[in-house]
Design a protein around this ligand. Structure first.
Ligand code: ATP
Ligand code: MG
Length: 356
């Protein structure tokens, strides 16, 4: 097949890690008989430098023309003092909203070779875990009405409105059940239904959906309990689905269980729109341009692209296996603990390509 992939190389280590992911995509293409049309798209601090705006005209259209978007990282201290509307992060929010990306997928898997990096008790780490956190990305308290005002007798007062519609809950819920069908067929929906009305609606919609997916095991969990269960035994979970703020907090908790920030990919997806795939790490300006960045998060983002946008699980698995093989044979970049001289970005990419 031929795939159109928009590349947002971005700032800092972004271009370095995207280059390695592109190399891996090319190798997988050669092996499985796919070709690509690359669409280079300017966005972020580099776009501000070149065009005076982090989100230039045409960026959105170029991404919409693609089958999927691969993003490195945008932003950095060089642009931190710009007015908010011109900051690189603003472009990231704009592209997510323009592409209607309401579901954020964050896998947190302990790679077999990195069990020692897991901060959990060794008997728990030995069991390993492989969970997928699905966070609602465009609703809830982060997008509700905000107020701040003076009262007569209680000083200043503030409020944030938490709001969800059945439509918003249903579309993320369906994603969760469909994801589970590609995995171990188990969904845990996380809410605070003992207190919040939005959570009661969330739970009602999820129960209705669960009846439509009888092949998927379903249960509810309160968010406070979930925070505890994640560190008690993450191997209990397959797919976790939750609203925006709970997902924000739980996804950081889950990602720390796996070791290095340089390993974790993510995807943001919507309906009938290209998915956006990116490492969870930022532009790491402290190591940019030094061939030190770990390219694995970007490479695993390319694997997610195959699995969730192109629906080609074999290609995705080939990439993941190549990464695991590199790690289990002792290959490490500087961010991952280990003895011996660390590998550079390009060398790590080359070894992973070789394993494919
Ligand atoms: P952002 O606001 O863009 O998310 P941040 O301030 O959260 O950025 P990162 O850019 O993610 O931070 O960097 C945090 C630390 O992790 C830095 O020390 C950076 O060098 C390191 N780091 C991030 N990504 C990688 C990577 N791929 N390889 C090695 N080290 C990394
Ligand atoms: Mg960050």
């Amino acid at each position: 097949m031929n795939f159109k992939i928009a590349l947002i190389r971005g700032d800092g280590i972004g271009p370095e890690v995207v280059e390695e992911a592109v190399g891996v995509l090319e190798t997988v293409g050669a092996r499985f008989g796919h070709s690509y049309e690359w669409i280079d798209v300017l966005m972020g601090g580099c776009a501000y430098d070149a065009k005076g705006t982090p989100y230039p005209e045409g960026t959105k259209e170029a991404c919409q023309r693609a089958d999927a978007v691969l993003l490195g990282a945008v932003g950095g201290p060089k642009w931190d003092n710009l007015p908010p509307a011109l900051r690189p992060e603003k472009a990231l929010l704009a592209i997510r909203s323009d592409l209607g990306l309401y579901a954020n997928l964050r896998p947190a898997a302990l790679r077999p070779a990195l069990k020692a990096a897991c901060p959990l008790r060794s008997d728990i780490a030995d069991k390993g875990f492989d969970l997928m956190l699905l966070r609602e990305l465009t609703g809830g308290i982060y997008f509700g009405e905000r107020k701040r005002y003076q009262t007569e007798d209680r000083g200043e007062e503030a409020s944030d409105l938490m709001k969800y519609s059945e439509m918003e809950i249903e579309r993320i819920g369906r994603r969760a059940f469909e994801l589970a069908r590609l995995r171990r067929k188990k969904v845990v929906s996380v809410d605070k239904a003992n207190v919040l009305e939005t959570s009661r609606l969330w739970r009602a919609v999820m129960h209705r959906l669960a009846a439509e997916y009888p092949d998927v095991a379903y249960s509810d969990m309160l968010v406070d309990n979930c925070a505890m269960q994640l560190v008690r035994d993450p191997s209990f979970f397959d797919v976790l689905v939750t609203e925006n703020m709970f997902g924000d907090i739980l996804s950081d908790e889950a990602s720390m269980l796996t070791g290095s920030i340089g390993l974790l990919p993510s995807a943001s997806i919507g309906d009938r729109t290209p998915g956006l795939y990116e490492p969870i790490h930022g532009s790491a300006p402290d190591i940019a341009g030094q061939d030190k960045a770990n390219p694995v998060a970007a490479i695993l983002s390319a694997a997610m692209m195959f699995r969730y946008s192109f629906r080609l699980a074999g290609e995705a698995a080939a990439i993941e296996k190549a990464v695991d093989l590199a790690l289990s044979s002792g290959c490490r970049t500087a961010d991952m603990a280990g003895s011996g001289a660390p590998l550079g970005t390009r060398e790590m990419g080359k070894i992973i390509r070789g394993n494919i």
